[in-house]
Design a protein around this ligand. Structure first.
Ligand code: TMP
Length: 213
């Protein structure tokens, strides 16, 4: 459909605890948007190439890094992909992104880093592309822990995930709409309520938004 190609793509972000089902939901959203004949791609952060190689080594406990340093590497990892993301969005491709700046805040602050220092709207994330829609996939800690592979990486421990859940909650209170299963960042004046509405809204938007100061 030509109309769908003419307008920019939407930046859709999925957030949540480890093992909350983001991978499955990304795949479902991908196939449903493909079914509607949208040009759409599924992405994830951290992207484990470039700076992401250091992140991957840290996550698998093969290296140690200062908490602030790894926080900034996660941010650098998003910056590395910024221009490609923008090019994709501007050429009409919708991106479904598994984790984004919100994970940066939720996980780093759960470790004890100052919440204000980590915040999405602090300098190191300002200027990255702002999502059009954020889904928060809510799952109980116990359910997440039961799922296969839990415990394989650095952050996949029940006690830590509990703190991450609290940080996400704080993040939701601070800038997201009060919906448990999904929230949208408040930096958008017009927040589409559903993906369907977003699809309609995308038709009339031609510039990618930025994370605000
Ligand atoms: P993944 O399992 O979704 O690939 O994510 C790897 C881990 O990295 C996950 O435990 C969440 C964490 N993370 C951060 O701590 N900060 C970030 O900015 C991102 C994107 C992920």
């Amino acid at each position: 459909n030509d109309l769908k190609k003419d307008s920019r793509g939407a930046l859709i972000v999925l957030e949540g605890l480890d093992r909350c089902g983001k991978t499955s939901q990304s795949a479902r959203l991908l196939s449903s948007l493909e079914g509607l004949r949208y040009s759409v791609e599924s992405w994830r952060f951290p992207d484990r190439t470039g700076v992401g190689l250091m992140i991957s080594s840290y996550l698998s406990n093969q290296s140690q890094l200062d908490d602030h340093a790894i926080h900034l590497l996660f941010s650098a990892n998003r910056w590395e992909k910024r221009s490609l993301m923008e090019a994709k969005l501007m050429s009409g491709t919708t991106l479904i992104v598994d984790r984004y700046s919100y994970s940066g805040v939720a996980f780093s602050s759960a470790k004890g880093l100052d919440f204000q220092w980590c915040k999405v709207k602090k300098k190191n994330e300002v200027g990255l592309l702002a999502p059009d829609l954020v889904f928060y996939l809510d799952i109980s800690l116990e359910k997440a822990a039961e799922r296969g592979g839990y415990g394989g990486e650095r952050y996949e421990q029940l006690e830590f995930q509990k703190k991450v859940a609290e940080s996400y909650k704080k993040l939701t209170d601070a800038s997201w709409k009060e919906k448990v299963t999904y929230g949208s960042p408040s930096c958008f004046s017009e927040i589409p309520a559903t993906v369907e509405e977003k699809e309609a809204a995308v038709m009339s938007v031609n510039e990618a938004s930025l994370i605000e100061k």
